[in-house]
Unconditional design. Structure first.
Length: 232
């Protein structure tokens, strides 16, 4: 029987530098690989570079040296960035919900913005809301929701294209411990269904409980990469 070849990494950072000015760097010589279906935390102090890693993948930031590869593509060659972003789900630091629209309308608006038909929106929005366990608040406005509920809507909006990659920047940063863990359990459930999940976070307790791979950054350098939080 022929030996099975190892799967190629889904995401590769190869000597990546992000230089904002002569004195300010976002990343310095970062090299790492992530496989499809992984769940990875990026941790470090404010300004360490963890959010920059996510923004390189969504092309909100561009590398000034090195290469970033996603699913075999050199992202420097991608011209249609909006189309690239439709292949991933992006959960920003703030919830960024439309305050004058109900929960279901926030998700529906995002779907219509990427060209989905009204019929498809009507069919899929209830499923998405149930998937993130917020269907019971479909008719509520954002100001009527708790922080955890608002984050669920933000994650639901990120799932409109059934992405293979989810980028979450400090998804528990504005939440109390109970809601933080509920959101992390939701991200783990999405990961179990096959979504690759990358999370920038400083929430040590959530990271400890989740116990997944942790990449630690400091001043733009990777200074640690552990398969589990409790690895020595």
């Amino acid at each position: 029987m022929a030996e099975q070849k190892p799967e190629s990494p889904y995401i590769v950072f190869d000597g990546v530098e992000v230089k904002f000015s002569d004195l300010v760097y976002g990343l310095r010589g970062v090299s790492l690989s992530i496989h499809r279906g992984d769940f990875v935390f990026f941790v470090g102090r404010t300004g360490a570079g963890k959010s920059t890693v996510l923004k390189l993948l969504s092309r909100q930031v561009r590398e000034t040296a090195g290469k970033v590869w996603l699913n075999g593509r050199d992202l420097a060659t991608v011209r249609d960035v909006p189309m690239l972003r439709r292949e991933m789900g992006i959960v920003p630091q703030d919830f960024a919900l439309l305050p004058s629209r109900k929960v279901w309308e926030n998700v529906a608006y995002a779907m219509r913005a990427v060209g989905r038909s009204r019929a498809e929106v009507r069919r899929k929005v209830p499923d998405i809301l149930e998937r993130v366990q917020i269907g019971h608040r479909a008719d509520a406005f954002p100001h009527e929701l708790s922080g955890g509920e608002q984050q669920r809507v933000a994650i639901g909006r990120a799932l409109i294209n059934n992405p293979s990659l989810l980028l979450a920047d400090e998804p528990t940063g504005n939440l109390d411990p109970q809601h933080s863990w509920e959101i992390m359990e939701l991200l783990q459930l999405l990961n179990l269904r096959g979504t690759t999940v990358l999370v920038a976070s400083h929430d040590t307790e959530v990271i400890r409980r989740t116990n997944r791979r942790v990449v630690t950054l400091e001043n733009g350098h990777v200074i640690g990469d552990r398969s589990r939080f409790d690895d020595e």
